[in-house]
Write a protein that binds this ligand. Structure first.
Ligand code: CP
Length: 337
């Protein structure tokens, strides 16, 4: 596990190979980094097949019947936790959520002991969110081999299912990635979402990926990820097809990074006026939760170009897709052992 005082772009070389079987199937979903384009496309294609299902509770797919999914959210969540729960239920799994605040973690039980004890309850899948980068990898390394781990956001590192639901939303509106100019605006420094999105967008051969933010919120060396950096919002928005706004993660800031929220909004807030700088059919995205009036004007967040709530809905289908894929990967792997 990494100490999150690090403000580098990628918190160390967490091995992505551990999430694939020898046949190249997913058995954990920890990071987008290193995954082949075909696998990302398979997630998107499979999610599209599930798109109708999540709205119809009576149409449950029996794919995970008899499987037990455990939600371990050591950090707060609304969208990710609820859509993972719904996804597992729609696939007919048994789903239980550990109430971390009232768990024995508060009595000092170690993470490893918690995992060992939960594993002893015949669990098949852990969904893990944690404030420290690398925790999902750590659990994947030390849990029994038949259990799959899905990273629901770890520190500054990765939020892979968020990135895939974002890619699905983009594909629904823009069809193909190579002609697109996509801008990610705001607190790149603290954003696991931005890291996963950049990996996904570049893997899918997006024409141009821009990061747009004050210098203090851009991690050193980010150009190495294949993005163009803009410190000027107006220049960065010019001609974009997709604008992804990010939340200012005030809880992760250690002072001095920003003058004030008012000044931040005046320089980097997405207003109706600024939105006109992008293409006329540009879509506006935000992973949530939204700080209205800080990074985005409510008229834009709720406006006709906003697809923010579509992103949320897509989260169920994408999480269903990933859950079915890791279970297939596990089945293949176990049969070969
Ligand atoms: N996008 C996202 O991760 O939101 P939550 O923190 O509410 O899960």
């Amino acid at each position: 596990m990494r100490n999150d005082n690090s403000q580098h772009l990628t918190p160390g070389a967490l091995p992505s190979s551990m999430q694939l079987t020898r046949e190249g199937q997913l058995k954990h979903f920890l990071t987008i980094e290193g995954l082949p384009p075909l696998l990302l496309e398979e997630i998107l294609n499979r999610a599209e097949q599930f798109l109708d299902l999540p709205n119809k509770a009576q149409n449950k797919a029996p794919v995970l019947r008899g499987k037990t999914v455990m939600n371990l959210f050591f950090e707060n969540s609304t969208r990710t936790r609820m859509t993972f729960e719904l996804a597992a239920q729609r696939l007919s799994a048994d789903v239980v959520t550990l109430d971390i605040r009232h768990s024995s973690t508060s009595k000092g039980e170690s993470l490893l002991d918690t995992i060992r004890n939960l594993s002893a309850m015949n669990c098949d899948m852990f969904i893990v969110r944690h404030q420290h980068s690398g925790v999902a990898h750590f659990i994947a390394r030390y849990c029994p081999p038949h259990i799959s781990v899905l990273n629901a956001g770890d520190g500054y590192h990765q939020h892979p299912t968020q990135a895939m639901l974002d890619m699905l939303t983009i594909r629904q509106h823009k069809k193909e990635f190579p002609p697109l100019k996509v801008g990610i605006v705001g607190d790149i420094l603290h954003s696991r979402v931005a890291r996963s999105q950049i990996h996904a967008l570049t893997t899918l051969c997006t024409g141009e990926v821009r990061v747009i933010a004050p210098r203090t919120l851009i991690p050193a060396g980010i150009e190495q990820m294949g993005v163009n950096v803009f410190n000027n919002m107006e220049q960065g928005l010019d001609d974009l097809d997709v604008i992804i706004m990010l939340r200012l993660q005030k809880e992760r800031m250690q002072g001095g990074l920003l003058p004030s929220e008012r000044e931040y909004f005046s320089l980097y807030g997405l207003t109706e006026e600024r939105l006109k700088l992008a293409k006329s059919d540009a879509i506006v995205m935000h992973p949530g939760p939204v700080n209205r009036g800080v990074e985005i004007d409510s008229r834009v967040a709720d406006g006709s170009q906003s697809v923010i709530l579509q992103q949320v809905s897509n989260g169920i289908a994408v999480r269903m897709a990933v859950m079915t894929m890791v279970m297939s990967g596990q089945a293949t792997e176990q049969s070969l052992l």
